[in-house]
Write a protein that binds this ligand. Structure first.
Ligand SMILES: [Ca+2]
Ligand SMILES: [Ca+2]
Ligand SMILES: [Ca+2]
Length: 226
């Protein structure tokens, strides 16, 4: 990304390779309560430069920004991102490697909390990078910036996260290169009535089944273009 403007509008994004989440087959939780594309669907775009990972979304849903802190993270309006920062890892791996990160971008509309769940990473692979922010109410990514714009059908959203957020003194910062291919997936959680006790909270994902939470082989693949 060379001309990124943090305003929640996606004019500067290359929309040539959209990731589309709009089919019943992509609803990985509580599909029985999914009422169609107006209820919950999304288009995502991924961008990158040496310093940042970028993500943009056009989310269609009728109850946007339904995050409240009393609910578990996976029951609030959010975007879940599944990202590898090691193109050398075997794409068919069925358990998390050190550089496999699953994180939450909470869609509250006011508090843009983030969290990283490392509980799926086998202990030997964690390299002391453990879960952060899983109780909610925190931003765990230093340098995370985001903006959103409400639309008549939902909202648009864009963000960037420094690659350095996926490193520590045992995990090197990823330096992305044109042509790198990474395991990646993205999921949207939509709570319709943000009150405790809501029974069904559909989730829609780009690829895979509910197993994407634990199995990176079900994630999709993205290739970093020029
Ligand atoms: Ca923008
Ligand atoms: Ca909805
Ligand atoms: Ca919602």
């Amino acid at each position: 990304m060379t001309d990124f403007t943090l305003d929640g509008k996606l004019d500067e994004w290359n929309t040539g390779s959209p990731l589309e989440l709009n089919d019943i087959s992509q609803v990985v939780r509580d599909a029985v309560l999914w009422k169609g594309v107006d209820d919950l669907s999304a288009v995502f775009y991924v961008g990158w430069d040496e310093e940042y990972f970028y993500l943009a979304a056009e989310i269609t849903e009728d109850t946007p920004f339904g995050a409240i802190e009393m609910l578990p993270l996976d029951g609030e309006d959010n975007i879940e991102v599944f990202l590898s920062t090691n193109p050398a890892d075997d794409p068919a791996r069925t358990e998390y490697a050190t550089n496999d990160f699953m994180f939450y971008l909470i869609m509250d509309g006011e508090y843009w909390d983030t969290a990283v769940d490392r509980s799926m990473v086998p202990k030997d692979n964690r390299m002391r990078f453990i879960s952060q922010g899983m109780d909610g109410g925190e931003n765990v990514f230093e340098g995370y910036e985001c903006a959103a714009q409400q639309t008549t059908t939902g909202f648009t959203y864009e963000c960037r996260i420094p690659w350095a957020c996926f490193s520590n003194n045992k995990i090197e910062v990823y330096t992305p290169q044109t042509g790198d291919t990474l395991n990646f997936d993205v999921l949207v959680t939509d709570i319709d009535y943000p009150c405790p006790g809501t029974e069904y909270i559909p989730q829609i994902a780009w690829t895979g089944t509910a197993n994407i939470l634990t199995n990176p082989s079900e994630w999709g693949r993205i290739t970093l273009a020029e």
